[in-house]
Design a protein around this ligand. Structure first.
Ligand SMILES: [Zn+2]
Length: 114
């Protein structure tokens, strides 16, 4: 009559089967941004999401860019830039040589014609 074994068979809190396939990590990548004050900010992005061109620095609020040596806002901070500096930004040394050679040729042709 006394059958205490009936209770033993019931598992308390038996969990439903797990679904490990739902817990696969989303592929992520880390992107670093630097602000003008040298603060580095690492953000995690889902792999297929394109990184934004700038990210506001959480420490000083300045815009931060992915290039540590050329953070955004730096150009504006320079008080004055010479015309030559702008030209050097746009053209490589080789291009400059070619343009100079072209100009000299034209100049010599002009002088020769006189
Ligand atoms: Zn900062």
């Amino acid at each position: 009559m006394s059958n205490g074994n009936v209770i033993r068979g019931a598992r308390v809190g038996s969990a439903p089967p797990r679904h490990p396939e739902r817990h696969q990590p989303v592929p992520c990548r880390s992107v670093s941004y630097w602000c003008r004050n040298g603060h580095r900010t690492d953000i995690r992005l889902v792999a297929e999401v394109q990184a934004p061109p700038t990210w506001d620095c959480p420490r000083c609020g300045l815009p931060a860019g992915p290039d540590a040596h050329d953070p955004p806002g730096r150009v504006r901070a320079e008080p004055h830039k010479s015309h030559l500096a702008y030209v050097k930004e746009r053209r490589t040394e080789a291009e400059g040589e070619a343009i100079l050679a072209e100009a000299l040729t034209a100049l010599r042709r002009q002088r020769g014609a006189r």
